[in-house]
Design a protein around this ligand. Structure first.
Ligand code: CTP
Length: 412
């Protein structure tokens, strides 16, 4: 029996990146051999074991045969005869199909090292098309390694398109899809995830709300890039410079989906897109398991981002209403997330990437003035006739604080 390090660990080491999980493949061993060495079996679909001391994953080398639709429709052969090369060829990308022996020698039958050198994401074999999850994985790797110069090979793009056209993405569970999307939102270039999925037609299946934005024009005066889809990608790029928080990235990704509902005869204006977008976000949340906090932030950004852009023109009552809609009095951290997503929106425009965005500090000052109000003092100071309705009293005090703050800001 022989053991090899495989997959992401070998790839990341060759790329000079830190190695997180180490996966191993075992050739020439049976389930009983593994159990006899105190490995603990964990795989449901095929034999995978945990090492008794390190807890790392060891899988028996296996071949796969497609027997049904989808990501799980496989029959496996993990007999002791299966070779390392047979195991490696079933893997998604050449850069993920390199093995390392215990003495550090690389076994690379499918040109993984060459593709790492050329910065190419290339499928290992035609078996690529048998697992639709790989379409999303390739887009995710494109997002992850874009800053290192990686691109998807044209022949791999063709296979991805084939998988999409065969309707295979529909067999993926919503959890799998969300998992890939959420991971992509944590990488250096989430915009590449969207670009690559769009090129092969997968975006229209996974995120039709975002796909629809391509080809939809906006007023050139505010959006020199014009196209709403391109604007969304630029926003993701700006957001990445501002935050690591995937919830903010998600909110940025979907902030303008309402523009996809504007009838073409109304283009390039998008009156009411903030509210109409909310309906689409609901659809999206029905389809994918968007975590609550992501969904809540995305709805707020969708509905209120244009208000922040115009915050200096808002009446005190509307400004107070914005703070209340954001629930920013109870949750100041949410205000900051909202402000960041709006900043990304303001800067995700060609030529405006480094513009000032004083709207943030303006709303922060209003928020601070509201937080500074001592509610018990307000109630104490009220005369007897007013005391009946504390809520109204506090509201009045807040409005006054907002008015005074706005006056101060305007006279600066
Ligand atoms: N793999 C595959 N097809 C899939 C999933 C996984 O071919 N649909 C193979 C790849 O060889 C991959 C390995 O299984 O390298 C391990 O998968 P996983 O741990 O999901 O990914 P990694 O490549 O290790 O990347 P990460 O750093 O994201 O864990």
């Amino acid at each position: 029996m022989k053991t090899y390090l495989v997959g992401g660990a070998v790839r990341d080491k060759l790329l000079g990146l830190p190695v997180k999980d180490r996966d191993w493949v075992v050739v020439g061993a049976s389930v009983d051999d593994m159990l006899a060495q105190n490995f603990k079996q964990v795989g449901k679909d095929f034999p995978v074991f945990l090492h008794p001391e390190t807890g790392e994953e060891y899988a028996l080398a296996r071949t796969e045969r497609k027997v049904g639709p989808g990501h799980r429709g496989f029959d496996f052969d993990s007999s002791t005869e299966v070779t390392l090369e047979e195991d490696l060829i079933r893997r998604d990308l050449s850069i993920n199909a390199i093995a390392e022996t215990e003495s550090g020698e690389l076994i690379d039958p499918y040109g993984g090292r060459e593709d790492i050198g050329k910065r190419i994401l290339r499928h290992t074999s035609d078996a690529f098309v048998e697992d639709p999850l790989r379409v999303l994985r390739v887009a995710r790797f494109a997002a992850r390694f874009h800053h290192m110069g990686f691109e998807v090979a044209p022949e791999t793009k063709l296979l991805m398109t084939q998988v999409v056209e065969a309707g295979e993405l529909g067999t993926l569970t919503s959890e799998r899809v969300w998992n890939e999307l959420e991971l992509a939102l944590t990488y250096q270039a989430p915009s590449e995830f969207v670009r690559v999925l769009r090129e092969c037609g997968a975006l229209a299946v996974i995120l039709p709300e975002v796909d629809k934005l391509f080809g939809v024009p906006q007023p050139e005066k505010y959006h020199p890039e014009i196209d709403t889809g391109e604007h969304t990608l630029l926003c993701l790029e700006q957001a990445r410079k501002l935050t690591d928080d995937p919830a903010i990235m998600y909110a940025t990704l979907v902030h303008d989906v309402g523009k996809g509902l504007t009838p073409p005869d109304k283009w390039p204006s998008h009156y009411g897109h903030e509210k109409s977008g909310l309906r689409l976000l609901e659809d999206l949340e029905q389809r994918l398991p968007v975590p609550k906090e992501f969904a809540a932030l995305a709805r707020l950004v969708c509905e209120h981002h244009t208000k922040l852009h115009r915050v200096q023109e808002l009446k005190p009552k509307t400004a107070l209403g914005l703070i209340e809609s954001l629930d920013a009095i109870r949750r100041p951290e949410r205000l900051e997330k909202f402000l960041t997503a709006c900043e990304a929106d303001a800067r995700g425009r060609t030529g405006l990437e480094s513009r000032d965005y004083p709207q943030q500090d303006y709303l922060r000052a209003i928020h601070k003035a509201i937080l500074a109000i001592d509610n018990s003092e307000v109630l104490k100071a009220a005369d007897a006739s007013e005391r009946g309705n504390p809520k109204t009293l506090i509201q009045k005090a807040r409005l006054q604080a907002v008015s005074e703050t706005i006056e101060g800001l305007r006279s600066e």
